[in-house]
Design a protein around this ligand. Structure first.
Ligand code: ATP
Ligand code: MG
Length: 592
């Protein structure tokens, strides 16, 4: 199967996903040690390590979220990759909270992240760690660097440090504190920890090379003074390690073998290696970068997602329009569909934007054979069958899913007064309109052929309020003796038996195809889709849906896939989220 992925710049690239991968260097057929493992450049690199018995044949990865927001579909890619690589190679994957920045982190996020990783179907067993667990060790390694003359306390302000750093075209300048004696550095660093200095007044910096072409190596900051209460260590620390220092060491302490991260850290790899090469930690994991997932018509940076939540553009992190795992879950996505999506997009080494239609295609594929097919009328129009006895109710047999006969069938009540979809009637139909029109016939799904005899209108507004029809008793589905054929089949519910429900229809959150391409924060909000949510409150669903559990998923015939909302729905007042409509633009792209 061929999928297309939109390159950020340039034309559509065609990718062969049978290989389940997009290989930058070699293309096509890359042999793997284990044929069950899909080939990609990360697996290839692991295969090399296995061949040379590097790491004694171990494969140990980690998923290292910062608990400063909820996980999104991009994180799902990283989770599937890290846990997937470990599983495929008989290895292990840790969950590690990268909690080195107390001012933005919260327990709520720590909890949601665990829930989301588990829901996706992955298990870290007893290997859940926090970078903050290592604060004492990280401090000791910093002291090692100081003693070796490889780190110094610098009193320049943040602004001055920036100025001294130079630019891509100009080398930096040495800090006047760069050559402080070791003892003085030791003393100052200790006193930084003891809380003797103000926030921001001093930092600990690595002593590497102010003229390095790589800005990350121009004496990067390792520690800063920050009085902020940490969600785990409380007020124990007033100095906190920087990400580029804490991350390689946390990996090494956990004996990670392959530290998989996104492409923007490629330029940080020399610093990752420098830290590990200059302290006494034994393990030296290998950092490998891959392209982060970008999706059309949504934003994926936690910063932007947080703005949407905090400024009330959405109802919360789990708003069904959000690309967060919790939003997708509430919308009705399954973990299987999300994992399938992550498999299909594969891993690449250059940034691209994946069409959100592929994600939608994956949930349709998953639910096609799993979700019961039921009838629901979203915009009801009353229909009376004039020649049907007033008090009669028939129980008609309805298959639950023609794609999956094992799902059996149910009974649905049929009676004289029904509701159909407003858009299934047209007073002056265009050619090839095969639904109801004056004098025209359709089949009611699972029931009879009816003919529209009369249209009742509101005297004041002229609006069509009711249709009078007749039915042909010889045409009952499954027992049709008439031999008649009609071109259209429409869905319906029985007025006396239907349950009212609210149905929420969603469209893409952003109108723009690549809103993350914009760096300007105000800009992306200009592109929010004003009709991303439409709530229909007078919908009618067939009675078999009464009492269905939150999270249950259905196909509403001819409408799409829907899920009972886990937050706002109750047995008395059902609320459904539309997961996706039935029309599948991705399938069309594939055929083209
Ligand atoms: P954001 O930019 O959305 O705030 P982040 O990279 O800061 O994300 P982290 O919590 O640090 O978020 O991410 C945890 C892991 O998930 C990291 O290894 C990161 O590389 C990976 N990750 C984050 N976003 C994506 C994405 N869009 N695609 C693939 N992996 C991602
Ligand atoms: Mg991050």
């Amino acid at each position: 199967m061929v999928i297309t992925i939109r390159e950020e710049k340039g034309d559509m690239a065609t990718l062969d996903t049978e290989q389940n991968n997009i290989n930058e260097e070699g293309g096509g057929n890359i042999s793997t040690a284990n044929p069950a493992v899909p080939a990609n450049f990360i697996q290839n690199s692991i295969n090399e390590d296995l061949k040379t018995n590097k790491n004694d044949g171990r494969v140990h990865t980690r998923f290292p979220p910062e608990p400063n927001g909820y996980l999104h579909i991009g994180h799902a890619k990283s989770i599937c990759l890290n846990f997937g690589i470990a599983a495929a190679n008989g290895g292990l994957c840790n969950l590690r909270f990268d909690d080195t920045n107390p001012s933005k982190e919260e327990v709520e996020y720590v909890e949601s992240i665990q829930e989301d990783v588990k829901w996706l179907g992955f298990d870290w067993d007893d290997r859940m760690f926090y970078a903050s667990d290592y604060f004492e060790k990280l401090y000791a390694y910093a002291v090692e660097l100081i003693k070796a003359g490889k780190a110094y306390v610098c009193d320049l302000s943040a602004q001055e440090i920036r100025e001294y750093r130079g630019t891509l075209s100009q080398p930096g300048k040495d800090s006047p504190y760069r050559n402080r004696p070791v003892e003085e550095n030791q003393d100052l660093f200790e006193r930084m920890r003891a809380g003797e200095f103000e926030d921001g007044s001093r930092v600990l910096r690595a002593k590497i090379d102010m003229a390095s072409p790589n800005l990350n190596l121009r004496d990067p900051v390792l520690y800063r003074i920050l009085r902020a209460t940490h969600h785990r260590t409380g007020d124990k620390w007033c100095i906190y390690p920087m990400y580029d220092y804490a991350h390689p060491l946390s990996d090494a302490i956990e004996k990670i073998t392959h530290s998989i991260c996104t492409l923007e850290f490629e330029d940080h790899r020399p610093l990752y290696d420098w830290v590990l090469d200059n302290v006494s930690v034994e393990c030296h994991p290998q950092q490998i970068e891959f392209a982060r997932l970008n999706l059309t018509n949504t934003v994926m940076s936690k910063r932007k997602l947080r703005q949407l939540v905090e400024e009330g553009y959405v109802s919360g992190w789990n708003d069904p329009r959000m690309p967060t795992i919790s939003g997708l879950r509430r919308r009705g996505y399954t973990p299987e569909a999300i994992r399938d999506f992550c498999d299909r997009i594969g891993v690449a080494k250059s940034n691209s934007v994946v069409d959100i239609a592929l994600l939608e295609h994956c949930i349709r594929e998953d639910l096609n054979t799993r979700a019961p097919r039921v009838m629901a009328v979203l915009r009801p129009l009353r229909l009376v069958i004039a020649n049907y006895p007033e008090n009669r109710v028939e129980e008609l047999e309805a298959e639950n899913n023609p794609e999956n006969p094992a799902m059996g069938s149910r009974k649905i009540p049929f009676s004289r007064v029904l509701y159909i979809e407003q858009e299934d009637f047209c007073e002056n139909p265009p050619k090839k309109y095969f639904r109801l029109a004056p004098g025209q016939e359709v089949r009611l799904k699972h029931a009879y052929i009816i003919k529209c005899q009369q249209v009742v209108k509101d005297e004041q507004t002229g609006e069509v309020v009711e249709l009078h029809c007749t039915y042909d008793p010889e045409t009952r589905s499954g027992a049709d003796t008439s031999g008649r054929k009609v071109k259209g089949t429409i869905h319906w519910v029985s007025a006396a038996h239907a349950h009212t429900a609210e149905v929420r229809l969603y469209e893409h959150l952003l109108l723009d195809e690549n809103p993350d391409g914009e760096t300007d924060d105000a800009d992306f909000k200009m592109k929010l889709n004003p009709s991303s949510l439409e709530s229909l409150t007078a919908c009618l669903v067939e009675p078999s849906l009464a009492g269905a559990a939150p999270g249950s998923r259905y196909q509403f015939l001819r409408q799409g896939y829907f899920c009972i909302d886990s937050v706002d729905s109750s047995p008395e007042a059902l609320v459904f989220n539309r997961i996706v409509p039935l029309r599948d633009s991705w399938a069309k792209i594939q055929k083209a």
